[in-house]
Design a protein around this ligand. Structure first.
Ligand code: HXC
Length: 259
């Protein structure tokens, strides 16, 4: 029934796991033997994905919780561990985003994205720590390639994602002694996601395909396969890295000669 037993016997929590990239990660975990809990602000985003996880033969838990609310996060983690009996893998994927130039962005608009992406990553990681400590584990923080460049209209998201990458490195050092590896994934534009649908217009999409050394946008499978690798024992000595999954796209923005 499972594709492999790569993560058999383990339990994962994926925030933002009802939709997009994180839904893909949750389903990939389930196909590789892992029980999966998913959270999001809206339960209606979670139930269909929880059914898909169960259809893979894994146990699923769907729990509505806003990662900005530490009390709701604590309750969700307690419920997940209560139902699945353990927690081995945490994927911090919940994110908010919109395009807005800094001069038009309100303090609350900037803060809202930082609260969801960066503070949410901290809130959930902190709440999961006691459970991850029990047997060792793996944390994956989803960031983006946005902060590597001066991506206009993305001051809020780029600052939040850069903060996430920094948090990944610090927690890798602090939590490594507990047998917990903390790594990140930085996707470029990924086909079929809400982010690309809303944030990337047709011209930018075509430009990205043209510039990408591999000649295409990423897929959700590209990201979930990289996540599987980092969570698995195949990555047992990898700690504190953020793995870029963008086909080499962002490197091409450094071109000077030729096109
Ligand atoms: C300017 C905006 C805005 C917009 C919201 N705000 N949308 N400002 N332009 N388009 C401002 C509001 O005016 C408000 O500030 C503040 O942000 C909070 O807005 P609310 O709607 O009250 O907040 P909330 O309901 O909590 O929603 C937050 C949200 C969220 C960030 C807008 O709903 C959201 O992003 N949903 C989309 C989720 C999503 O697509 N996630 C995937 C991201 S993809 P004021 O001052 O008015 O109170 C990603 C990777 C991108 O991150 C990579 C692409 C290549």
């Amino acid at each position: 029934m499972f594709t492999t037993d790569l993560l058999k016997g383990r339990a994962a929590l994926v925030t933002g796991g009802g939709t997009g990239i994180c839904r893909g990660i949750a389903l990939a975990f389930a196909r590789h033997g892992c029980d999966v809990a998913i959270t999001s602000r809206k339960i209606e985003h979670l139930e269909p994905t929880a059914d898909e996880i169960r259809a893979c033969g894994a146990r699923a838990v769907a729990k509505a919780a806003d990662v900005r609310d530490p009390v709701a996060v604590d309750d969700a983690i307690a419920a997940v561990v209560g139902e699945l009996g353990r927690l081995d893998i945490l994927v911090n994927g919940a994110a908010g985003n919109f395009i807005c130039l800094a001069e038009n962005l309100s303090p609350n608009g900037f803060g809202t994205v930082v609260d969801i992406d960066l503070k949410g990553t901290f809130n959930v990681s902190r709440a999961a720590l006691p459970h991850l400590k029990a047997r060792g584990g793996s944390v994956i923080n989803i960031s983006a390639t946005l902060p590597y460049l001066g991506t206009m209209g993305q001051s809020h998201a780029a600052a939040a994602k850069a903060g996430i990458d920094s948090l990944t490195r610090v927690l890798a050092c602090e939590w490594g002694p507990h047998g917990i590896r903390v790594n990140g994934i930085a996707p470029g534009p990924i086909e079929g996601t809400e982010g690309v649908r809303r944030l990337v217009d047709d011209a930018s999409r075509e430009g990205a395909v043209r510039q990408c050394p591999l000649g295409r946008l990423g897929t959700i499978d590209d990201v979930s396969n990289a996540t599987l690798f980092l969570c698995s024992d195949a990555a047992s000595f990898i700690n504190g890295v953020t793995l870029v999954v963008d086909g080499g796209l962002w490197l091409r923005s450094a071109r000077i000669l030729g096109d």
